[in-house]
Design a binder for this molecule. Structure first.
Ligand code: NAD
Ligand code: WQD
Length: 337
């Protein structure tokens, strides 16, 4: 299949590319490299021993996307591109709506013009907000708590309406839980540009000595040890979920939202301890206050992913930590070094 991958140079995109190429799909990456490096694509080519095309461009640049579609003629789109920092989105909401929402509209308009009727979209568990019950199933009420989360819900809604209006159009909205880990080779991984907001890259930078200690955001939650619990999903499992979704588009009608997680939750202190074991490095920590907007616990009901896509997570905490450490220790400065 000919697959156009927006945001393919990013963390989750780059891992997905390796699986797409190995499955003999033809790929065009469309990315403005605002949060990634062309070096990631070079490494994807090395790991997979296959070539892929890439086009530097912004989602909001209608004529550039048009040109990419006219030349590449994709059968399907995997749409990763967008801004993703929850905290940042409170300070610059319009940037999030312009890039994420308006950018997605431009993409869908171009797809419609070219008769490209299949899309897999990167949504997020953040669309659920505060849980009424756990695990979250896909029918749980949607109450995102940030401009970022609301941009994801808006895009979900727009894709649903677009599918309903175009006969033959199909979409899968993948609601990722907490993606972590890296390719086992340590050649590609998550490369945050500033101080990491997320737990796993922060821990990895403490382990390598770039940060002094981990600040644990609260230990007074109603969880097993008082620290926040999340459903961490290995990025390699997540990458496979995109191939399963492309395949499932042949079988579903319309548009489906599907959780991508493991169904298990892990606390901050459990993750810290697992990383110490895998890296052999000490991870000093200090308990700090709660982070505003955090929920105590999240985890996915993963039954729909199994029944509709035949997909389930296979990798556990140890593989998540070992692969993150392989990436971090081989690339202490990320792609920049
Ligand atoms: P990332 O920032 O590493 O990748 C996003 C890619 O999109 C980058 O290569 C960036 O340069 C590109 N991009 C951003 N804005 C663009 C624009 N306007 N035009 C063209 N390209 C643009 O992020 P990621 O972690 O790989 O996330 C991929 C997708 O998954 C995002 O949509 C994100 O919201 C979603 N998601 C991520 C997580 C997570 O924790 N990583 C969780 C849930 C959902
Ligand atoms: C995990 C746990 C923190 C950092 C975010 C987005 C979500 C999705 C995934 C995009 C929490 C604790 C963290 C630190 C800590 N992204 N923590 N010290 O907040 O569950 O989800 O990323 O869609 O939308 O909100 O992930 O990794 O930031 O936090 O104690 O330095 O680790 O409080 O309990 P989160 P996270």
């Amino acid at each position: 299949m000919r697959v156009l991958v927006t945001g393919g140079a990013g963390y989750i995109g780059s891992h997905t590319l390796v699986h797409l190429l190995r499955a003999d799909h033809q790929v065009l990456v469309y990315d403005n490299f605002s949060n990634s490096s062309p070096e990631a694509l070079a490494r994807v080519r090395q790991i997979s021993n296959r070539d892929l095309a890439s086009r530097e461009g912004d989602l909001r640049d209608a004529s550039r996307i048009e040109d990419a579609f006219a030349r590449f003629r994709p059968d399907a789109v995997i749409h990763f591109a967008g801004l993703k920092a929850v905290g940042d989105s409170h300070g610059q909401p319009l940037e999030y709506y312009a890039q994420n929402v308006a950018g997605s509209i431009t993409l869908l308009q171009t797809m419609a013009r070219h008769g490209c009727a299949r899309v897999v979209f990167s949504s997020s568990a953040t669309v659920y907000g505060e849980p009424d019950y756990l695990p979250f199933d896909e029918t749980h009420p949607l109450r995102p708590q940030s401009p970022y989360g609301r941009s994801k819900l808006m895009i979900e809604t727009i894709i649903r309406d677009w599918v309903a209006a175009h006969s033959g159009a199909r979409a899968i909205l993948l609601r990722y839980f907490n993606p972590v880990g890296a390719h086992a080779s340590g050649r590609i991984g998550e490369d945050p540009r500033d101080i990491p907001n997320n737990l796993m890259p922060y821990i990895a930078q403490v382990a390598i000595g770039r940060r002094a200690e981990l600040a644990v955001h609260g230990n007074d939650y109603p969880t097993s040890d008082g620290t926040g619990e999340r459903d961490y999903i290995h990025v390699e499992d997540l990458a496979r979920a995109h191939l399963a979704a492309l395949d499932a588009l042949n079988r579903i009608a319309g548009c489906e939202a599907i959780n991508v997680g493991t169904g298990q939750s892990t606390s901050v202190l459990e993750m810290r301890a697992a990383f110490e074991r895998s890296s052999g490095r000490p991870i000093p920590y200090r308990i700090g206050p709660r982070r505003p907007g955090d929920v105590a616990r999240m985890c996915a009901d993963v039954r729909k992913a199994a029944s509709l896509m035949g997909w389930q997570a296979e990798l556990g905490l140890e593989e998540m930590c070992l692969s993150t450490w392989a990436w971090q220790s081989a690339n202490p400065g990320g792609y920049g070094e």
